[in-house]
Design a protein around this ligand. Structure first.
Ligand code: LLP
Length: 439
C-alpha cells in the first residue's frame, strides 16, 4: 500500500528520498507527500474522464488536503477546486488559484462567506438549502451585474460507505435538497425566480471510500431522470451535473477499490445511457475526488519511543504523534499498513500495536501489525496518510502540528513548517497582571 520503494540501505524511499534522512532533516512526526504520485492521480482522473466525455471537469475536493502549494499543483494539472469554508476559499485565493475554477460547497455558508465568494467571483456556488437561497438573494442584489452561477445539491437517496450501500429515502441527511419530499423541485423554482442567480445544474455526493460501481450507476440514473423532469417542467436546460467524490483507495490489503478507469467508465456510460433513454443531451459531467487524488501519495513518519511489553498479552509501541495528526483510527476505526523505514527490507517477526502519545487509551494508530524487531529510535512509516490527516490534525494535548514536505525526483521541499510551542500560544490573550474587565 501507499507509495515508496526500498533502497540499498534497506531504507524506505519516497519520491527518491531516503525516509530516514527525511526524518533526520525535518523531524518527526512528518507528513511526506509524493508529488509525482499526486500529479499522476490528477492526470489519471482528468484523462479518464475527458477521454470518455470531453465536456467534463475534475474538481479536487480540498477538504482532503489543502495548502497553497497544493492549490498551485492542482491549478497546474488543470483541475478545478472544491472548497467548503471561508478558510479554504481564502487559501485558494491567496495561492492565486483562478476563482472561476472554484466550487464553493457547505451546508451552512454564512452571509459573509457567500459575499466573499461573490466578491472573488467563484465559478459555482453549490447551494445546499433554502436559507442559503435567501442569503444569496441578498448577495445577488448587492453584486448586481455579476451573475452568480449555482448548482443545487440534491440527496438522491443513495448512501454508500466502503462496503455498505443502501438505497433509502435518505430524507434524513443534513446535506442538500430532498428529492423524495419535493424540496428539490421547490429549490429549482426558487433559484429560477431569483434575479442575479444562474442555475447551471445539479450536484450530489453519495459517500466516501466507495468500492462498488452500483451506487454510481444509480446516482447517474436518478440525477438524469430528475434533470429531464426539470428541463420539461420549467423549460430549462440542465447544463452540468456534478456527481461528487467518493472513489475508494487502499489503506491495507483488505481494501479492493475498482481501477480509476472503471469508476469513470461506469459513471459516464450510465449517464449516457440514461440520457439516451430520456432523449436529452448529455450534460457536462463533473466529479470531485479528494481522497483518491492525495490519499495514497501521503506517508507519515514517526519516531518510536517507549515500548511496553505485557508478556502473553500485547506489546505497545509508542510513537511521537497519534490522534493529533491522524484522528481516523479513533474516529472511524480506520486501519493502516506500515513499515519500519530503517528496516524496510527486513523480515517481519513480531506482532505489535502502535500507540499514539495522546493522553487517552483510544489513541491507538494500528492494532496488531507484524513488523521487524523494533527498537526505540526506529522510524515508523504509516502509508496512505495523504487524505484527511493534515487537514484533520488538531492541537489536542498541545501537540504542535507536524511539518509537510513534498518529495519529487530525489528532492524534498518544505511546504508547511512544523508548529512551534510559540505558535500554540500565538492566539492567546494573556495578561498576567490584568484585572477582569466588566462589560
Ligand atoms: N464532494 C463532497 C460534496 C464531499 O462531501 C466530499 C467528501 C468529497 C467531494 C470528496 O470525497 P472523497 O473523494 O474524498 O471521498 N473525513 C472522512 C471523509 C469525509 C468526506 C466528506 N466529504 C475520512 O477521513 O474518511
Amino acid at each position: 500500500c501507499g507509495t515508496g520503494r526500498i533502497n540499498k540501505f534497506n531504507h524506505l524511499e519516497i519520491g527518491g528520498c531516503d525516509a530516514v534522512e527525511l526524518a533526520k532533516e525535518f523531524g518527526t512526526p512528518l507528513y511526506v507527500m509524493d508529488e509525482n504520485h499526486i500529479r499522476e492521480n490528477c492526470r489519471l482522473y482528468r484523462d479518464s474522464l475527458n477521454n470518455l466525455h470531453e465536456n467534463s471537469e475534475v474538481i479536487y475536493a480540498g477538504k482532503a488536503f489543502l495548502t497553497m502549494e497544493m492549490c498551485k499543483l492542482i491549478e497546474e494539472e488543470g483541475l478545478s477546486l472544491d472548497v467548503v469554508s471561508g478558510g479554504e476559499l481564502y487559501t485558494a485565493i491567496k495561492s492565486g488559484f483562478p476563482s472561476k475554477r472554484i466550487y464553493f460547497h457547505g451546508n451552512n455558508k454564512s452571509y459573509a462567506e457567500l459575499e466573499m465568494a461573490a466578491e472573488y467571483g467563484v465559478g459555482r456556488i453549490v447551494v445546499d438549502n433554502f436559507y442559503e437561497l435567501e442569503l444569496l438573494r441578498d448577495v445577488a442584489k448587492k453584486y448586481q451585474g455579476k451573475k452568480i452561477k449555482i448548482l443545487l445539491r440534491l440527496t438522491p437517496g443513495i448512501e454508500a460507505h466502503t462496503h455498505d450501500y443502501i438505497k433509502t429515502g435518505q430524507l434524513d441527511s443534513k446535506f442538500g435538497f430532498g428529492m423524495e419530499n419535493g424540496h428539490a423541485f421547490m429549490a429549482v423554482e426558487n433559484a429560477l425566480s431569483i434575479k442575479g442567480l444562474k442555475l447551471m445544474g445539479f450536484h450530489c455526493h453519495i459517500g466516501s471510500q466507495i468500492f462498488e460501481d452500483e451506487p454510481f450507476k444509480d446516482a447517474a440514473k436518478i440525477m438524469i431522470q430528475f434533470a429531464k423532469i426539470v428541463n420539461e417542467r420549467y423549460d430549462f436546460r440542465t447544463r452540468e451535473i456534478d456527481f461528487g467524490g467518493g472513489f475508494g483507495i487502499r489503506y491495507t490489503e483488505k481494501d479492493k477499490p475498482l481501477a480509476v478507469k472503471n469508476y469513470i467508465e461506469v459513471l459516464v456510460e450510465s449517464v449516457k445511457e440514461a440520457c439516451k433513454k430520456h432523449n436529452m443531451p448529455i450534460p457536462k459531467i463533473l466529479i470531485e475526488p479528494g481522497r483518491a487524488i492525495v490519499g495514497e501519495a501521503g506517508t507519515t513518519l514517526y519516531t518510536i519511543g517507549s515500548i511496553k511489553n505485557i508478556p502473553g498479552v500485547r506489546k505497545y509501541v509508542s510513537v511521537d504523534g497519534g490522534m493529533s495528526d491522524n484522528i481516523r483510527p479513533a474516529l472511524y476505526g480506520a486501519e493502516y499498513s506500515a513499515v519500519i523505514a530503517n528496516k524496510a527490507g527486513c523480515p517481519r517477526e513480531e506482532i505489535v500495536s502502535i500507540a499514539g502519545k495522546c493522553c487517552e487509551s483510544g489513541d491507538m494508530l494500528i492494532w496488531d501489525i507484524n513488523l521487524p524487531k523494533i527498537m526505540p529510535g526506529d522510524i515508523l512509516a504509516v502509508f496512505t496518510t495523504g487524505a484527511y490527516h493534515y487537514s484533520m490534525a488538531s492541537n489536542y494535548n498541545m501537540m504542535p502540528k507536524p511539518a509537510v514536505v513534498f518529495v519529487k525526483n530525489k528532492t524534498a521541499r518544505l511546504v508547511v513548517r512544523r508548529q512551534t510551542y510559540e505558535d500554540l500560544l500565538s492566539n492567546e490573550v494573556f495578561m498576567p497582571n490584568s484585572k477582569n474587565i466588566s462589560l
